[in-house]
Write a protein that binds this ligand. Structure first.
Ligand SMILES: Nc1ncnc2c1ncn2[C@@H]1O[C@H](COP(=O)(O)OP(=O)(O)OP(=O)(O)O)[C@@H](O)[C@H]1O
Length: 340
């Protein structure tokens, strides 16, 4: 019977490292639920705690407080053997691929099956099937050094799927790849999620990765979860400062540098173009506004637009614009403190 429980539940999770310079709190009171079958993103700046979080999910790193529940079972309460089984149900891929250089592609994919003591013939057949899934059936005998970055990541994905995991943890899996290769790997992850029903957890520092494939996202900032929500929700109305910074991306610096008077970020369904939104605003308020930044993004297949405008100097005119946006139910928020 299908369970409505989340596949992964983190409750009050904390991780502290002891170092020569004293303790470092990498994670503090993390509470998160990841639903079966979804593509869940975890985004944050460097040092926020993303890698530690993903390593706690599969107990490569033992949390110092709180608990991880996998299919409603506490990992802390499991025997070492049960923990190994749970870990086997969570495949993982990394930024640097972590392939075995002395083994060819087929042997790399067979490796976890050898450890799981599969009979050799069955393992080879499984590995060949998986190489087909990732589009590398003709490179079975190649060695990692003979492959491009994207091909190496495809081998790593096939290897991670070998033992039929329920979850695929992806730690900055596209960070070493160019934009086109990144897109093809993200498409592959989406396909695997859809066709095999594998829950995918994506760790990244790039909002574009989250926007391309994730259903929901958690933003992590300085060891804490700043906010969690659907990607479209967070794009339209980010609630945290870090959320607003990540959504604006490179434009944040530009906007803060040229910021004179008050600025407002407007977001909308990108199928309506910028012009009518702005023209209607100017017609209704009878005040000019400057456009500081405007772009359309592809968020999980839907075009979404964002625009940063500078409000007039006069306070009454500013209020007129803000009231118009509110009455017209256009998602917006004031841009402040984009000091990244
Ligand atoms: N094994 C460790 N020993 C001591 N400190 C650690 C260890 N691993 C991580 N940390 C510290 O924990 C904090 C979070 O690190 P983590 O690698 O999880 O962040 P991150 O968000 O993945 O960053 P990045 O994207 O730069 O890898 C950092 O301050 C880091 O220095």
């Amino acid at each position: 019977m299908e369970s409505s429980e989340p596949i992964i539940k983190l409750v009050g999770l904390g991780k502290e490292f002891q170092t020569a310079n004293g303790p470092i709190k990498a994670l503090d009171d993390i509470n998160l639920s990841i639903e079966e079958g979804e593509i869940f993103g975890i985004i944050g700046l460097s040092g926020a705690g993303k890698s530690t979080l993903v390593r706690c999910i599969n107990y490569l790193e033992i949390p110092t407080s709180g608990d991880v529940f996998f299919e409603n079972e506490s990992l802390a309460a499991m025997s070492p053997k049960e923990q190994r089984m749970a870990r086997q149900a969570m495949g993982m891929i990394f930024q640097q691929f972590n392939l075995l250089d002395q083994r060819n592609v087929l042997q790399n994919v067979c490796f976890p099956l050898e450890i799981a003591k599969w009979p050799r013939k069955k393992a080879v057949n499984r590995a060949k099937d998986l190489l087909k899934v990732v589009g590398l059936e003709d490179r079975a005998k190649a060695y990692p050094a003979q492959l491009s970055g994207g091909q190496k990541q495809r081998v790593a994905i096939a290897r991670a799927l070998a033992t039929n995991p329920k979850i695929l943890l992806c730690d900055e899996a596209t960070s070493a790849l160019d934009p086109n290769t990144t897109k093809s790997i993200l498409d592959l992850l989406k396909e695997i999620n859809k066709s095999m029903g594998v829950t995918v957890v994506v760790i990244t520092h790039e909002m574009s990765v989250i926007e391309a494939i994730c259903d929901r996202v958690a933003i992590i900032d300085q060891s804490h979860i700043a906010e969690v929500g659907s990607v479209a929700e967070i794009f339209s109305e980010p609630k945290s400062k870090i959320g607003r910074q990540l959504i604006l991306g490179d434009a944040a610096e530009q906007v803060s540098r040229f910021g004179g008077s008050r600025q407002v970020r407007i977001s909308f369904d990108g199928r309506s173009s910028f012009e009518p939104v702005l023209a209607n605003l100017i017609l209704a308020c009878k005040v000019p506004v400057n456009i500081m930044h405007a772009e359309t993004r592809d968020i999980h297949g839907t075009a979404m637009g964002q625009m940063v405008i500078q409000l007039p100097e006069d306070e009454t005119e500013q209020n007129r614009v803000l009231n118009y946006l509110k009455t017209a139910k256009i998602s917006h928020e004031e841009v402040k403190d984009y000091d990244i």
